[in-house]
Design a protein around this ligand. Sequence first.
Ligand code: HEM
Length: 293
Amino acid sequence: MPVSCVTKQVNMLHQKRMRDSQKVLIPLSIVMIFSGIMAFTGAPSSIWGPNSPIFTTTRHHSTGEHILSWRIKTAPLWVYQGLHALPALIWCLLMPLQHVDRFRRHWPAFHRNNGYIVLCGFLVLSITGYWMLNKKVAHTHDDIWHIHNFSGLIPLGWPTFELTLLALEPLYIYTLLRTVQTARARNFNTHGTWAVLHTMVAYTIAVERVSLLISYVLGLALNFFPKKEVYNFFRLEDTLDAKATAEMDLLALMNLVAFALVVCWGIQEWRKTGSSVKTTEFSPALKDRAKQS
Ligand code: HEM
């Protein structure tokens, strides 16, 4: 193969790194911004009230109101709003900007400063998020090892909201550290890939909110079936406690679904780089020849 052709392909390899599309990041940020605003205002009770049909809300066991409205009344607000929801709003506005190629090329200083803000912001979100889990300021089962299964409807079951979030922690921290380390080493190609991976993992929370909203829409569709049949199918009694328990099952499931969706998103972006093919064409020897030419 002529050297010029190898050079072109090596350049292609560098150009075709993983990306986070604005078409995905912006809608995710918008959903999360609404969520963040509701951490200050509460959820509208006309949509998500104690009498909402099953699976169209996530009601709290004690009052039946949406957990976001309940949380405002019970959480230490300086942490929940000041150190979690507020940084989340800023993070959601700034993170997509890190992935605009034009900004990065024309205003590298902006990219660097904004990068430090979003990464430090994420660290704050992560610390306060796990603090809230630790203090039980979260809508999760009291027993972290509990297996949710819609009262035995699905034999295998799935883990709690808390356990799934804890399992994500190493991924959050590792991708964050690698993003910073490669940027500081000025290894920008690798930095790009780690930054994309970190962004995907960090958006798991937003993907979970989207999955939850979709589950509310599906819950609304259940209204077309006779109530008795739906309750029999999900082995539900028509009590606040039973409904809140089933909706907590669903919340935990959506957390897992979000994790699976983010893995699919990562695989999809990785496949777009064409990394799964042409490995023989990019042997180290060929790369060296290309660099020397
Ligand atoms: C890094 C790990 C994170 C953990 C462990 C975590 C944990 C939590 C917990 C426990 C709550 C309270 C939920 C409840 O009331 O039941 C919460 C709320 C919230 N989190 Fe996080 N969080 C994390 C990251 C993020 C990120 C990256 C964002 C923004 C993109 C975010 C945005 C929010 C918002 C807006 C709320 C309040 C409204 C809501 O619950 O939807 N969090 N988080």
